[in-house]
Design a protein. Structure first.
Length: 248
């Protein structure tokens, strides 16, 4: 199982996506609002906003909710002023963890995130302590019922950096600048992806098992459950057998 997809796959198997749809919507609304505030309300001229709106549509967010978030971002509607930033630290077993947040109260967010790290045998570090272990990339993944050769040809022709067969998924890796262009080329080739996002891909992985693996998954769960946390990236690797045991 691909390392950077590990947590996404675990969440899917736990059924967390459906159970936490309300939280998913909350995080997407924040992202749309901030993207519109920074780059303007026109998705055609604002790649970050366009990506956020596409993701919201993929989660079946109502159109009026998307439009309201854009209007709040550009100032047409009153909204909360969010600050965004990043925490870096270590989880159990020395796993590198990056937490992206958006908050209207930084003091609260720092305290909450620090508590989650400490409670699960981790610790917050300074900015720059682990980010060098990750590369920011566009990631477009497909289920393996799609034709690999078609994906490979369309992706590379559109400027993708790499196309990988990870066993349980086909993954297209892009420079973030080319992400939308590659994604649209794949759509034009009649290919429907399973997931498409700008993410942080770890350069190396840390294998965990037993108690450390359990603590790591609980830590990820608690971080993602926090309303101020937008995304969590980590370089852990846990065997499918251990995941099955932990999930009963």
């Amino acid at each position: 199982m691909a390392g950077h997809s590990k947590w996404a796959n675990i969440k899917h198997r736990k059924g967390a996506q459906d159970a936490k749809r309300g939280k998913v919507f909350t995080k997407l609304i924040k992202e749309i609002t901030v993207a519109a505030k920074i780059g303007g309300g026109d998705p055609e001229g604002n790649p970050r906003l366009r990506t956020a709106i596409d993701k919201a549509k993929g989660e079946n967010m109502p159109k009026d909710s998307i439009e309201r978030a854009v209007k709040k971002g550009v100032g047409d509607l009153d909204g909360v002023n969010y600050e965004e930033g990043t925490f870096e630290g270590y989880g159990p077993g020395g796993v590198a963890v990056i937490v992206e947040f958006m908050t209207d109260n930084r003091t609260r967010t720092v305290a909450d995130v620090r508590h989650i790290f400490t409670k699960h045998n981790g610790n917050l570090g300074v900015n720059g302590s682990v980010s060098f272990l990750f590369d920011r990339k566009g990631l477009i993944s497909f289920t393996t019922d799609k034709d690999f050769d078609t994906i490979f040809e369309a992706a590379l022709e559109a400027g993708a950096e790499d196309v990988k067969d990870e066993g349980d998924a086909y993954e297209v890796i892009t420079d973030p600048v080319n992400f939308i262009e590659v994604r649209e080329a794949l759509a034009a080739a009649g290919l429907q992806w399973d997931n498409a996002e700008i993410t942080m891909i770890p350069q190396t992985m840390v294998a965990l098992e037993g108690k450390q693996a359990e603590q790591m998954l609980k830590m990820m769960d608690k971080l993602e459950d926090n309303d101020d946390v937008q995304n969590v990236y980590a370089n852990f690797d846990i065997s499918d057998d251990d995941i099955e045991k932990m999930m009963g």
